[in-house]
Structures are given as C-alpha cells and as structure tokens.
Design a protein around this ligand. Structure first.
Ligand SMILES: Nc1ncnc2c1ncn2[C@@H]1O[C@H](COP(=O)(O)OP(=O)(O)O)[C@@H](O)[C@H]1O
Ligand SMILES: [Mg+2]
Length: 404
C-alpha cells in the first residue's frame, strides 16, 4: 500500500521486547516488517531496500545500542533511526542524537506492572510523530538536487476517444499518490482536456508560458504549473485551439528537459495519432504507453501505431500496450487482441460507467473510486512502471505533502 511507513525493530540484550511491541503504532500507516533480537542480527535488515525507519531498543546499558545507532545512521542515511529506552539514563537523549538518531522515545514503565493503556497510547502517538518527523527530515537531507533525469512516459493512441487522457491523468495521479514527484503535460494542444478531467480551475497554460518569453528554467516553468490535489504538477493545454500554433517543437524539447530535471516522472498526454508534439515527445521519451480500444478496426490501427514506433527506432521493451474499454460483450478477447496487434497486452482497462462519471466530476477515478476495477487497472499500470528501478517509492511524501 502506498503511504505506509515501513519499520523494523532491533532489540538489544536487556531491552524488553514486549514493551517495545506494545507501543508500535497500530495506525494503518505503519507496517512493522520485523522484530530482530540482537544488534548483530539487525545490520542486514536495517539495510533492506524497503525499510523507512529502524527502531533501536536499548537495554539498561545503552553503549552498544548507541554504537549500532551510529553505524546504521552513517551507513543508511536515507532511513530514520529512533532510539527507544525504558527508564532514565543520564545524558542518553543527547548521546543518541549525537550518534545520528532522529529522536529518542522513552517507553512507559510502571514498577513491575504492565503500563496502563493510556500510557501506551501516549507513547505510541509520540512514536508515530517521531517517525513521521524523522523520516521527513531524512528525506529532505538525502533528496538534494536530482542528478538523474526523471522518466518520461508519452501516452499516445491512434484515435480520439480511446482513453489517452483518462490513462495519462490517472497515471500521473497514481504516481503522485505513491509519493513520486510527477509532472503531467497536456500536449493535446488543440483540444486538451486534462484540466477538465482533473477538475483544475482554468489557470496558466502552456500557451501563456510560451508567450511569457525569456529563458526557460525550473523556476519559470514552476510558475505555469498548476498543482493538483494529489500533488501532481500539471501543465495545461492552451485554452483555445488557435493558440496551439504558438507552441513549437524546439520549445517543447527544452521544456521536457527542464521538467525531467526536477521530477521523477513526466507524463505527456497527446492528441490523436502522431502529431508533431507527440513525435517530439517520443523522440526523447524513456517510455511509450499506447492506448487502444478493443474492437477490430481500433486494434488494426494500434498495430500500425506499434509498427510506426518501431520504424521510429523505439525499443519495443519501452512500449506498453494498454487496451481500454475492454468489454466481454464485443466478442474480442485479450487473446484475439494479442493476435491482431502481434504483442501481449500489458494492461486491460474494463469499460465502466464510473470512468466518464469521475471524469465529468473532475476527480480521477483512482481517487474517486480507488477500489473500482478501472482504478485497479490504472494503478497496476503505474505500479508496472515503478516496479523496476523505481521499486522504492517515497511514501512519506504523500503523508507529509511535497517538501518543495
Ligand atoms: N474504461 C472506460 N469505460 C468507460 N468510458 C471510458 C473509459 N475510458 C474512457 N472512457 C470515456 O471515453 C471518453 C474518451 O476518453 P479520453 O480519455 O478523453 O480519450 P482520448 O484522450 O483518447 O480522446 C471519455 O468520455 C471517457 O470518460
Ligand atoms: Mg484526450
């Protein structure tokens, strides 16, 4: 699940494992991956990819736990280390912070008796806040300026009405919900409707950006992006078709580069077919998502689209095929689709009345009806992209909002 804080607990000799487990926040946002007894055994798991925070439970003599804290904090600067201890040890909080712990939490103690539920809840809350703050601080400290360029996904499709805009908008929102930095650019320059399906008030558009003149940098571009409630930053299409002509390909190339320097993902929606904008985007994209529908004529055009990508030198491994409006009643199965298009279908999105309904109400279906089948399919598309080198999402961004 996106938005979860994944923690491990490493229990030093002499520390009370049960007392620690009793205060692990039961909130849906926290997932306890494992409890490990013995500092030596904790090393490896502290470095596992999916860990956001390491809780170190110190015993009455905390020296070794402090050493462990220092080691983990130095070795894995992108995760928060918290020290937990019972009872007062002189100077422990200061020493823990010096060792690199993000925070120190005192476990409830009650002379031989189990601590009261109220005490447990209080400490549990304290721990949750310490986790959220600590992880946010680690993120800010290690995020820094991006060195690599973000991935760029261009959503194309041979004809209008296939569902390109639904796919592009929900894909961007799904990335944002998974804590990723994402920009969505509407390059259906004449009839773009990303603003409409995302319920965004008419604001600056790409046309205004072009007309503003001057050089294009991240700060300038930022002034023309509208932030969606999911956190995705959107560059809207011109308000009128006649304004489209002002947006040239050279400008787009610069814009792609600037956006990819600041975002993890740049999702581009396009008009029907291979427009000059789409071609310029495909030229520099890392990924193409071709959206077709499940009927014989559309599938034939999708096949032609795939062949055109091949002629343009796009590696087939970077192309995903999405079939939208899949409906058992049309008499074409995914297998037939594979036969006609000559390749496997990556994601099948069922036809569902909640799709136009959510678009009409300006709330993307992954937010409006997250449990619906089309929303699941769209999220699985986003996950299929994040699966590879982006396997470690940054869930805290979602909990805490973007830090920029
Ligand atoms: N899976 C679906 N089920 C039902 N309606 C859909 C589905 N996908 C898209 N639609 C509807 O079809 C229309 C066209 O979709 P859109 O994404 O705007 O297509 P495109 O951008 O390719 O022109 C919209 O009204 C949309 O709500
Ligand atoms: Mg569209």
């Amino acid at each position: 699940m996106a938005g979860v804080i994944r923690i491990i607990v490493v229990v030093d000799a002499g520390a009370d494992r049960n007392a620690v487990e009793a205060v692990i926040p039961a909130a849906a946002g926290v997932e306890l991956l494992s409890v490990i007894e013995g500092l030596n055994n904790g090393w490896q798991e502290a470095g596992a990819d999916d860990v956001d925070a390491v809780l170190v439970a110190a015993g009455p003599s905390p020296g070794a736990a402090l050493g462990f804290t220092e080691g983990v904090a130095a070795e894995y600067p992108d995760r928060a280390v918290l020290l937990l201890h019972a009872g007062a040890v002189n100077g422990l909080p200061r020493r823990a912070l010096e060792a690199g712990a993000e925070d120190v939490v005192t476990l409830p103690v009650a002379d031989g008796e189990p601590p009261s539920p109220a005490d447990r809840d209080r400490v549990s809350n304290e721990l949750l806040v310490a986790l959220e703050k600590g992880i946010a601080r680690r993120r800010r400290a290690t995020d820094g300026p991006r060195s690599a360029q973000g991935r760029m996904i261009v959503v194309i499709g041979p004809k209008g009405g296939a569902g390109k805009t639904i796919v592009a908008s929900n894909l961007a929102v799904a990335f944002a919900e998974a804590g990723q930095r994402v920009a969505l650019a509407d390059l259906d320059l004449q009839f773009g409707d990303i603003g409409l399906v995302l319920g965004m008030p008419p604001a600056h558009t790409i046309y205004d950006l072009v007309m503003s003149g001057g050089s294009l940098d991240a700060e300038k571009l930022g002034d023309y992006l509208t932030t969606h409630e999911s956190g995705a930053r959107v560059l809207l299409a011109p308000a009128r078709p006649d304004q489209a002509a002002m947006v040239d390909v050279e400008f787009l190339r610069q814009m792609f580069a600037v956006l990819r320097a600041t975002e993890d993902w740049l999702v581009v929606d396009s008009g029907p077919g291979f427009t000059p904008e789409a071609i310029a985007a495909i030229d520099v994209a890392t990924d193409i998502c071709i959206v077709g529908t499940v009927d014989a004529a559309a599938l034939k055009n999708t096949k032609l689209g795939l062949e055109t990508l091949d002629l343009m030198g796009v590696d087939a491994g970077n192309v995903k095929l999405v079939l939208n409006r899949a409906d058992s009643r049309v008499g074409i199965s995914p297998d037939d689709a594979r036969t006609i298009t000559g390749r496997a279908v990556d994601v099948l999105i069922p036809s569902h009345r909640d799709v136009p309904r959510s678009a009409n109400s300006g709330r993307p279906i992954v937010m409006a009806q997250p449990g619906s089948e089309p929303a699941r399919a769209l999220r699985s598309l986003a996950e299929s992209y994040m699966g590879g080198e982006y396997s470690r999402p940054r869930p805290l961004k979602r909990l805490l909002g973007r830090t920029r």
